[in-house]
Design a protein around this ligand. Structure first.
Ligand code: ADP
Ligand code: ASP
Ligand code: MG
Length: 424
């Protein structure tokens, strides 16, 4: 059995949905689970709805209508007739959104977020499943919330592995008995009280890894808009090369430092069961892409660059110029944990502690406010954190030439620099 994952870019319009069908037609004889994300940028659009609902923004209805028009245009472009049941099913998703937006927001932002944003994946999979049927690709649509069980940490739900594995192992063979292809949603899960949760942004890769793990899949393939894992994100570097093979270890490190081509939680479940992962291009589906697996070394072994823009470098020191020692660090780390702020890089000296973090417009003001109560806090905005794995000293020299370096750190395999971002 193979697990496929199609992300937003691969289902962004009618043409892309047709392309997904043509890829799947190549695999009709195999047992597949096809995990699909919301279409195009619909998760962002749904986030806007949640925000508007919470802030009683009068534009709320306009935002919902934009999402409705987007999906129904794809349905029209795919040639579904006026009376096709798919249209009714999509209408039901909008009823769910309307209901969620009518309730007083008493259960918290995260709860509302998950009930609303999850509709993106439910709609995309309904459209894809129905289109595959119309194209003679028989398939079963699975509501992933029936098998992927989580706790109720809304927006960052933790998987109940034991229960999920048990449910997946029971349900999937039943569905596969009558259909080789099962279409289901990435990113979302369900709680024991039947509420919907989400696994964190970009979480569909992780969903595919969960299925792979629970079913001992032969292979997992993520279909992307790039030829494979490259030595740098093509949005930042024109001269990146494709990596033919990447060791699990390198893949974990690259994604941990922010290579967004694969969600960081994806690799570990695969590695634990030695399940190979392939990153393939949905634009050239017959090319080999990148294999991630139990390799001794990544090939070709070239420096890999990870760019993290919009960084904030915070320097924290004691108000009385005493040392930043264990007790202060305990307090500082406690705050980061409480506000769920991930530290991308940190450095400690006798009197100051520096951290580089994503400049999140909601979390950072609160963090600074809290820190300022006990510490002297200085910060720099608009920075770029560049991580280089498998670097040569000359790689770093070239990288920082003529740039203002605010922080630099090197280990044997990995170098990190924080630079003043050049705004174009
Ligand atoms: P999905 O459609 O599955 O959500 P993403 O957009 O999340 O896919 O991931 C693909 C994108 O990842 C590419 O378009 C590319 O800009 C970005 N990316 C970041 N780092 C890399 C890398 N090292 N190699 C390839 N792509 C990368
Ligand atoms: N649709 C979700 C997101 O955009 C999950 C995913 O695409 O992986 O974050
Ligand atoms: Mg993505």
């Amino acid at each position: 059995m193979k697990i496929f994952k199609f992300g937003g870019a691969s289902v962004k319009d009618a043409e892309s949905v047709k392309n997904v069908a043509s890829i799947l037609s190549l695999y009709k004889k195999e047992q597949l689970i096809v995990v699909v994300s919301a279409m195009g940028k619909m998760t962002n659009a749904l986030e806007k709805v949640v925000h508007a609902y919470y802030n009683q923004d009068p534009e709320l209805k306009t935002y919902i209508d934009e999402i409705r028009n987007f999906h129904f245009k794809i349905v029209d472009d795919l040639g579904f007739p006026e009376n096709h049941p798919l249209r009714h099913e999509l209408e039901n998703c909008f009823v769910e959104i309307d209901w969620a937006c009518e309730e007083p927001p008493s259960r918290g932002y995260g709860f509302s977020y998950d009930q609303i944003v999850s509709q993106g994946e439910l709609m995309s999979t309904k459209i894809i499943s129905a289109y595959l049927m119309n194209s003679d690709i028989a398939n079963a649509w699975l509501d992933v919330r029936d098998v992927l069980q989580t706790d109720n940490t809304y927006r960052e739900a933790k998987v109940n592995w034991e229960l999920t594995e048990q449910l997946i192992k029971t349900r999937i063979p039943q569905l596969h008995a009558s259909n080789n292809i099962i279409v289901t949603q990435g990113f979302i899960g369900g709680t024991s009280e039947n509420f919907t949760t989400t696994l964190g942004r970009e979480g569909s890769d992780y969903t595919a890894a969960i299925f792979s793990y629970c079913l001992d899949a032969k292979e997992m393939i993520v279909w992307k808009d790039v030829p494979g894992v490259l030595s740098a994100d093509p949005r930042y570097s024109q001269d990146s090369v494709k990596l033919d093979q990447v060791s699990y270890h390198d893949a974990i490190e690259l994604t941990y430092y922010g290579a967004t081509v694969i969600h960081p939680k994806t690799i570990k479940p695969l590695e634990n069961k030695h399940i190979p992962l392939r990153v393939c291009s949905f634009k050239s589906p017959k090319e080999k892409g990148t294999s991630v697996g139990n390799f001794q070394a990544t090939k070709p072994l070239v420096p890999c660059f990870i760019y993290k823009p919009a960084q904030l470098l915070i320097s924290i020191s004691a108000k009385d110029f005493s040392f930043i020692a264990e007790a202060s660090l305990h307090k500082i780390f406690g705050l980061f944990a409480e506000l769920k702020i991930k530290i991308n890089l940190m450095q400690n000296s006798a009197i100051s502690f520096s951290v580089c973090v994503d400049n999140d417009p909601f979390k950072i003001p609160e963090l600074l406010h809290e820190l300022q109560k006990d510490f002297r806090v200085l910060y720099n905005e608009d920075l770029m954190l560049i991580t280089v794995r498998h670097y040569y000293p000359s790689t770093i020299e070239q990288l920082i030439k003529g740039k203002k370096v605010l922080l630099e750190q090197r280990s044997r395999q990995t170098a990190q620099v924080v630079l003043k971002e050049i705004k174009s």
